[in-house]
Structure formats: C-alpha cells, structure tokens
Design a protein around this ligand. Sequence first.
Ligand code: KIV
Ligand code: ZN
Length: 514
Amino acid sequence: MSDQVTIFDTTLRDGEQAPGISLDVAEKLEIAEQLSRLGVDIIEAGFPVASVGEFEAVQAIARSVGGPVIAGLSRTQRADVDRCWEAVRDADRARIHIFISTSPSHMEHMLKMTAAQVVAETRSGVSRAREHTTDVEFSPQDATRTPLDFMLEVLQTAVEAGATTLNIPDTVGYGIPWDFGDLIAHVRKSIPGDYVISTHCHNDLGLAVANSLAGVKAGARQVEVCVNGLGERAGNAALEEVVMALAIRPDQFDGLGTAVRSEELAKTSRLVSRLTGYPLQYNKAVVGRNAFAHESGIHQHGVLAERSTYEIIDAASVGQQGSQIVLGKHSGRHAFGDTLAKMGLSIHGDALNSAFTRFKELADRKVTLTEADLEAIVAEELGTSVEAEFALESLEVVGGTVGVPRASVVVSRAGTKSEATAEGDGMIDAACQAIRAATGVEGSLTGFNVSSVTGGVDALGDVVVQLQAGELRVSGRGVSTDVVEASARAYLNATNRVVRALARNERRRTEVGP
Ligand code: KIV
Ligand code: ZN
C-alpha cells in the first residue's frame, strides 16, 4: 500500500452542488488553477452531461490546468460516459468517475431498477469507460445504507470490468467513524484486485472528516474532499481539516502524508469562499479567522512565551500568518502586477487594467492594502471585459431614519452613459433598484452577504450577491471602503454576468440554429 493519501478534490462538482452556488467558467478555472498550486492530486471538475455550461467548464479545465488528474463524473449510460470522456480527454491525465445508486431506497424510488439491473449497469458503464481510459473510478452511491453483500457484489463487478479506484460514498452522512472504518476494511479484505480504495463522506452528522480519517486508518488511500467543507446539504469532508489531521498526527496514520502544499490552504479557502459566496465561519478549523486568535489572558501569555503552549498548528504552515501590508497609494502598475504575480494571481488584459484602476481608487481612500485586499479586488474584476460591460461611474445615496432611502447612479457601457434614480427599503436596496433601472437588466436578489476583507475599522467591505434573472442564477462581488458602494458594485458585477451569459446563449443559439 502507498505511503501517500491521494487528495481528490470535488469542490467544483459536489461543492458546487451546495445550495445557491453557481460558478461560471472563469471562476471554475480560477479555482482549479489554485487547486493545482495547492497540490491536490485529482480535481473532479464537474458532471459534464449536466449542461452545456458544465461540459464547457470541465473541458476548459482539462485543456488548461496542468498538474492534477482531471476527473469528470458520469452515470453508467453509454451516452453519459462518452460525453464525460469528451470533456476530460484533453487533460494530461484524465479520469472517468462512474456512479450508480445501490441502496434499496435509491434503487426503488429513483432508479426504478432491480439489483440485477444495477449490476449489469455497473458492468456496462465501467467497461465503456475503460474503452476510453485506464483510469476509472467507481462509486456505489448511498453505500453506507446498502446491504453489505450487495455492495460487495457490485464492487466486485466494477473491478472485473476494469475500475481502478473503488470509492465508498457515505452519501447521506449516515456513517459513524468506527463503523465506517470497519466497512472500508471489509471491502479491502473481501475484494481482491489492484485498486485504490477511497472515501467520500458527507457531513450530515458533523462526522465527515472523522469518517474519512477512520477510512484512511482502515486502508483507504484516497479521500474525496471539498475546500471549506462545501457540498450537498451539510457538505463534504473539509479538505483543509483532513490534510492537517494527517500532517499533525502522522503517528496515528502510520506516517501517511499528502502532497498538499499546506501554506496555500488559507488562500485557497479565501478564494473559494469569495467566489462561491459562502462565508467562512470565524471559528472554522485551520482556515477560520479565529483559528489562531487567543482571547484569554492566560492563553495569550502562553502563546507569547511559546507558541506550542496553545497551538498545535503553526499559522504560517497553513498560510495564516496574518495579512501582510503589501501596497499603498504610491505603488505603480508595475509593482501592482508584480505583487499579483508573486501571489499567484493570474489576471490579464482588460481585467488587469480595471483591477489596477480599482486598486488606485481604494488605495487613495485607505492607507495600505493587504494581500487579502488585493485578492478581493482581483476577484471582483475577474472575467470582465471592458467594452461590453457596464461600469459604475457614480453613486449617490441618501438614507437614515427619516425619509425614504433614495439612490442615483450613473453607469456607462461602451462609452454611453445612462443614469437612474430609485427609492428602496434601505440605501442598498435603493442602489440596486437604480442600477436595475439604469442598465435595463431585470433580476431579483436571492442572496446577499457582507463581510470585511481583513479585521479593523478601516477594513474593506466585501459583498457577494446572488442574482436570479429568468433561468439564470449568477453571483457578483464588490469591494469598497463603503458597504453601500460595495453592494452596488456587487450588484453591477452580477448584472454584467447576466449580460455575458445572455450573449453567450445567443451566440450558441445562432451557431446551432437553422
Ligand atoms: O455523495 C455521493 O454519493 C456522490 C457520488 C456521486 C460519489 O457525490
Ligand atoms: Zn457526494
């Protein structure tokens, strides 16, 4: 057995299934590139058959992100498998991940298949995948609620058909660590063959990380995880927690390690939080803002005297050494571009120009900008293309406890300005209504989150919104020293995404149309 645990990241597939998350291709690419810098072994980039957009995102990642194996998820049907292969085939190393439900409840209510049909589907799906690639993973969905004998029969079939990784999903988070560990050990013992055994644990009982680690202890050599523990319902096992548990307690895992560069964990967590709009709880293990904060005098005294008195992890080893001051209002374009490059942020062309302009505006209002501030600015500008999109020229708001809040905005697009004034329930609502009127793009806010980029009263406000426009659901981000302005920017950012998506759909329609 290998002395490394393979980290299979499914943030872009299972993580994106978390309610309200909708990433566009540029955002998925940005996350995939960061996952590659982080050093994960495998990126599950998506479920290609789900939609054209999903297919395109998986294909774009397979074509441009080097390093990790790029995997796509597929049901057992031949058409699904072929579509999945089409999406991942251009990767340096590609994997097809086949799944089918095996629990009585799923077979009866969802698949409407008999046990014999599920076995036959497993054989045909995995065999078809093997015609495309030698790297095939198989998952019996809802494994922890599947009768053991039947699960073993399905897994045996998958191995005979050529599966090289057997993944055991605790789809509904039903597992208890020692029981789940026994299950993994039993599979290992009962199914002969040359395959890697993997865990995929959901967090419905808050046990996803514990169950994954129990699986490793019992012989699993791949763990499926998501950054920040994102995923369906209560989420998946958190990547950063599994990785650091293995790093801090090798004594408990026979010296097993991972290839993850832990110094990239905090940055990866911030990027995913910002792009998904899922805020990170302050006391989140490893990457939370308070993970290295000490409140009580006794603790502070201890840590100042010797860090290890109250800390088992060195903050620097997970990239949490505190936000460094990096640039101020005297910094020029060269220093700006240089710093972004050193931070591993890739941004070019129009987006780089707009980011630099925003940086200058903010640096004029705030004395210094930290790495985290720069990440937020770049995140706001990512994917923008100046000529086709609305830019915020000015915003004026009045509000308070007397009178109706009112906002006036001027936006420009390709050199043409339009302005509008609107009233709202509050200043933020008024600003969004005014933008809606000035752009003519309809949509309703389905999510709104405001946080500060760094601590302190002079911190930048970072706003993420979710906007529903007809069938489209997009997110938008904005940063500013002022929360109302940050909200307006986030709303406009989301509006631009709607405009872009509509243009893309229109292009597709005319390409395929009569
Ligand atoms: O939770 C689950 O069962 C899954 C499978 C598709 C692996 O996500
Ligand atoms: Zn899952």
